[in-house]
Design a protein around this ligand. Structure first.
Ligand code: DQA
Length: 165
């Protein structure tokens, strides 16, 4: 797993202190799902670590997981006036969901795409993200660290973190 970060200079960001964290399909099975790829941490443990980190940074987070594309889109819509930043692991929706991409673009909130695994060193279909161009950055291969760096990036603003990769 070689960790990577890509910051998208085309998309501006601003300081975010209310962050929506979304986990996509199959991430509810973390801990038991392909642990050699995704690690042994359960979603509950991951969420606890994210919430603790956020609290220490003075960031308010709301965290959701859904196996359904439409539910993730609804969550983006529902939180569009609350959230100042979005950290999203779209799971496999990353690779084909134009609807999710459109929803991120529609809400107009700086978003960071995160992945536990390094999608760039896996199967060819995983190396394609239809989401990344509507995000300020894509962080992969760092497990929990991808989410924490995503929060940091939103907090600092893309400029300050452009050298993070
Ligand atoms: C994932 C990578 C995706 O390709 C996969 O479908 C997932 C998890 C990751 O976090 O590494 O469900 O987003």
């Amino acid at each position: 797993m070689s960790p990577q970060s890509t910051v998208n200079p085309a998309r501006p960001t601003r300081h975010a202190s209310r962050i929506l964290v979304l986990h996509g399909p199959n991430l509810n099975l973390l801990g038991e799902r392909e642990p050699q790829v995704y690690g042994r941490m359960t979603l509950e443990e991951l969420n606890r670590a994210i919430a603790e980190f956020a609290a220490n940074q003075g960031v308010e987070v709301r965290i959701f997981q859904s196996n359904h594309e439409g539910t993730l889109i609804d969550l983006l819509h529902e939180h569009r006036r609350w959230a100042e930043g979005i950290v999203i692991n779209p799971g496999a929706l990353t690779h084909y969901s134009y609807a999710l991409r459109d929803a991120i673009a529609a809400v107009g909130i700086p978003a960071v795409e995160v992945h536990l695994s390094d999608i760039h060193s896996r199967e060819p279909f995983r190396q394609v993200s239809v989401i990344k161009d509507v995000c300020i950055a894509q962080l992969v291969g760092k497990g929990l660290g991808s989410y924490l760096e995503g929060i940091e990036l939103l907090l600092k603003g893309a400029k300050g973190a452009a050298g993070a990769g």
